[in-house]
Ligand binder design. Sequence first.
Ligand code: GDP
Ligand code: IMO
Ligand code: MG
Length: 429
Amino acid sequence: MPATILVGAQWGDEGKGRVADWLAAQSDIVARFAGGDNAGHTVYVDETVFKLHLIPSGILHDQVTCVLGNGMVINPVNLVKEMDGLQAMGVDISPSRLIISTRAHIITPAHIALDAASEKARGAEAIGTTLRGIGPAYLDKTGRQGIRTGLMAQEEAFADALYEMVKRTNVILEQQYGVETLDPQAAAQSYLEAALRLRPYLRDVAVYLNQRMNDGARVLCEGAQGTLLDVDHGDYPFVTSSSPTSGGALTGLGFGPKRVDRVVGVAKCFSTRVGGGPMVTELHGELADRLRGTGEHFWDEYGTTTGRPRRCGWLDAVALRYAAEVNGFTELVLTKLDVLSGFNVLKIATAYIVDGRQVDLLPDTTLELERAEPVYETLPGWSEDITGARDADDLPAAARAYIRRIADLCGVPIRTVSVGPERDQLVHL
Ligand code: GDP
Ligand code: IMO
Ligand code: MG
């Protein structure tokens, strides 16, 4: 049976968690393939709000087995905290429901210290990372000196590897950054308890997934981050260090492209970005404040992981069209359409002006992107509250026209739109 890949089409926080929760209802397995606890996925289930960082949103569906793939970087202490938190909320987290790849990489205290030190050293050029140690952990992975999750099964070897990594990092912390060093013994010790807890969950994920799919299981690959944060396809260097695009699902889990028959892009119906980097349609002042919300609601635009206010702006169809091609979207799900109620007019960037020239394609250098000005198309807004809409006829004509225009601009059908954070607040077109 085929697999579905779900990915963020913008700069993260598109509402992937709530869309994954919807698709998980029709899945047997939900697997994360990239990133770590830099992600924050919010899911509403009746009165309860779940905020997931490492564990796939599928965990909230009883029939689903969740998988943390080899493409991820995992902080064992934070994973155990998240498991305990979910368990306290009544979610079953036994090894029959959660599988951790033996080939993922461990985020150590050394990586977290390096993330902070390197961000500080960059000064005004800081990337604005989540400070979870993501970049340094991937750096050690590709530098072939990382620690794999499978080593948690061998207590002594795991402790030794941690000790050695912290010792090695201390030289960099001290000599390159001039910051405080870590105690290698204490660092190793602090991870041992978590490693012991996680041992029963470890497994060869590629073997497991291929076997289950041969037996007819339906797999949903839950992306984290977003296309413009991809280390290859995003606004380098203002990116994360993994491949959150659809190709990353194959390398991050270990199966072939023939398994995949659906690639779902998730896009907010406006733009947000947290952290540094270019954002061509960014707004400031009253319009930005209205898109961001006041911070009163869980869904207002403040980071799920870091609490930072998100930068907000109009929808960028140039970036969205690019995301559709890079990922090969077979459909696009639009989120947060309810937030646009009450705007007199809405704008969509359909092209950029770079150095006096109009361009329709996303520039391939970040320097050009930083100089780009948006070319806007203006569409009429609507005033009605649409949070109760469930099918196309419930939406004002202007909202339907806005959706249709986005689908036309990126050449991908839009069949589903969310109009609120609750499970049933979906419009099926
Ligand atoms: P993710 O990282 O892509 O999973 O997205 P986040 O959870 O970080 O951010 C999306 C936020 O928008 C969350 O607070 C969601 O509850 C909220 N949200 C998702 N869809 C909708 C929607 O259609 N309307 C509103 N108002 N909020 C939504
Ligand atoms: P979800 O899955 C939004 C951003 C950070 C920073 C850059 C690099 O919730 O959509 P990192 O800590 O990964 O080295 O930071 O990437 N970033 C995200 N922004 N949503 C996310 O995840 C993000 N994960 C990382 O803000 O700009
Ligand atoms: Mg998020």
